[in-house]
Design a protein around this ligand. Structure first.
Ligand code: TPP
Length: 312
C-alpha cells in the first residue's frame, strides 16, 4: 500500500512541477485493493488491469524501474517504453496487460484462464476494472463464458463510485455492482475496498476456488479515487462533502492506525516502511530519468508476433 502510494505521489509531484512528462490516471485512495489482490496471487498467476492500475502493478511485484520507465517512455520500461501507461506488460510477474479500453481486459483475462485450463495448469487469472466497466458488453460476455466454462478467473471490480465525471447512480439501476454476478450464477461478495485484510481474505478464497477447479468469483471492492479521473482533473463535478467523507476512510492512515492499535507494528517501524518506500521510488526514478528513450531502429520490434510454429 505504502509503496503504491509513494509511486503515485512521486509521479504527481514530478509531472506537476515539470520535472518529467508522463500521463497518468491516479490510483490514490485505491491502494488497499491492490495490496489485497497482489498478496493473494502467486507470481505466476496472471493479472490484467487498466490505465488506473499502477497500484495493481506495484502489488503484483513489477519492478519500479519497469513501471516508471514505461510510463515515461524509456527503453527500460516493461514494454520497452513503447506502450505507456495504457499498454504495460510484465510477463515475469504475470502481468498480461493494462488497457485503456474500458471493459476490454475482461475477455482477455477469460482467455488467459481458458489457456491455463487447457494447459492443465493451476494458474489463476485476476482482472481488475472499474464500476463503469461493468456496463460494457465485453464485461458481460466475459462473465458469461467464465461461468459457463467454469474458468479460474477472479473478477475484481474496484468500485470507486465514479466513471470519468459520471457518478455510478447515473449509469446503473442496481444498489450493488456485486449483484451483476447473479445473472451468471457466480459466487462473490462485496467488501470494504479500503480494508486490505478484507480484500485479501476475499481474493484468497476466490483464488483457492479457481485453483481447485471451482470456477470464477466476482468481488466488488468499494473504494474511492481521491485525485480525479486523470492527473490535473479539477473534479469540479465532485461534491466537496463527498470527497471529504471519502478521505475520512483513506485506507493508508486507517490501516496505519490499526497496525499501531493492535501492536503489530510500532510508529518507528511504520515510519521506516514509509522511508523505505520513498527511497525505493527515488532510486528507481533516478535510474529511469537517466535511461534512454527506445532506439528508433526498434520501432517495429515487439509489436507483432509471428505465430508460425507456436502450438495452438
Ligand atoms: C470502451 C470505452 N468506452 C469509453 C471510454 C472512455 N473512458 C475512459 S475511462 C472511462 C470511465 C471508466 O470508469 P470505470 O470503469 O469506473 O473505471 P475508473 O476510471 O473509475 O477506474 C471512460 C468511459 C474508453 N476508454 N473505452
Amino acid at each position: 500500500m505504502t509503496l503504491a502510494q509513494a509511486v503515485d505521489a512521486r509521479l504527481r509531484k514530478g509531472i506537476g512541477r515539470g520535472e518529467f512528462f508522463a500521463v497518468i490516471w491516479p490510483s490514490r485512495g485505491q491502494e488497499a485493493v491492490a495490496a489485497g489482490v497482489g498478496a493473494a496471487l502467486r507470481r505466476d498467476d496472471r493479472l490484467v488491469t487498466t490505465y488506473r492500475g499502477i497500484h495493481d502493478l506495484v502489488g503484483k511485484g513489477v519492478p519500479l524501474t519497469e513501471i516508471l520507465g514505461e510510463i515515461m517512455g524509456k527503453s527500460i520500461g516493461a514494454s520497452r517504453g513503447k506502450g505507456g501507461t495504457m499498454h504495460i506488460t510484465a510477463p515475469e510477474q504475470g502481468v498480461a496487460l493494462t488497457t485503456g479500453i474500458v471493459g476490454a481486459g475482461v475477455p482477455v483475462a477469460v482467455g488467459l484462464a481458458l489457456a491455463a485450463k487447457q494447459q492443465g495448469s493451476d494458474r489463476v487469472t485476476a482482472v481488475c476494472f472499474g464500476d463503469g466497466a461493468t456496463n460494457t458488453g465485453s464485461f458481460h460476455e466475459g462473465m458469461n463464458l467464465a461461468s459457463t466454462w467454469q474458468l479460474p478467473v477472479v473478477f475484481v471490480c474496484q468500485n470507486n463510485l465514479w466513471a470519468e465525471m459520471t457518478p455510478i447512480g447515473d449509469t446503473m439501476n442496481i444498489d450493488q455492482v456485486v449483484d451483476r454476478r447473479l445473472a451468471y450464477a457466480m459466487p462473490g461478495e462485496r467488501v470494504d475496498g479500503n480494508d486490505p485484510e478484507a480484500v485479501h481474505r476475499a481474493v484468497t478464497a476466490a483464488v483457492e476456488r479457481g485453483r481447485s477447479g471451482g470456477g470464477p468469483t466476482f468481488i466488488e471492492a468499494v473504494t474511492f479515487r481521491f485525485e480525479g479521473h486523470y492527473f490535473g482533473d479539477q473534479q469540479k463535478y465532485l461534491p466537496a462533502e463527498e470527497l471529504a467523507a471519502a478521505k475520512e476512510a483513506d485506507p493508508i492512515p486507517r490501516y496505519r492506525q490499526k497496525l499501531l492499535d493492535s501492536g503489530a507494528l510500532s510508529a518507528d517501524e511504520l515510519t521506516a516502511i514509509d522511508e523505505d518506500a520513498t527511497a525505493q521510488v527515488e532510486a528507481a526514478l533516478a535510474e529511469v530519468l537517466a535511461a534512454p528513450a527506445p532506439d528508433l531502429a526498434e520501432l517495429d520490434q515487439d509489436v507483432f508476433v509471428n505465430m508460425e510454429g507456436i502450438p495452438s
